[in-house]
Write a protein that binds this ligand. Structure first.
Ligand SMILES: [Zn+2]
Length: 76
């Protein structure tokens, strides 16, 4: 019998229950006795395998911006 995971809307508790597949989507009582726990959809555990492909390219300095005297035509 497959194992399903449910969440109680009252106490916000998650628990697992073995049920026949035909009753998997039916409401179930939580361990505290609340009614109406719904089955959680397939939970994919985030393993944290982040493929970091977003390395920001450094901005190429085209020309020295700024108010440097000796670089421009300020005439000093
Ligand atoms: Zn509950």
């Amino acid at each position: 019998m497959p194992l399903y995971e449910y969440r109680c809307p009252v106490c916000d508790d998650t628990f697992e229950a073995r049920r026949p597949m035909a009753e998997a989507s039916d409401p179930i009582d939580c361990p505290q006795g609340h009614v109406g726990s719904r089955r959680l959809l397939s939970v994919f555990a985030s393993v944290g395998a982040s493929s970091g492909s977003s390395a920001p390219a450094p901005a190429a300095p085209g020309r020295p911006a700024g108010g440097g005297c000796c670089g421009g035509m300020c005439g000093c």
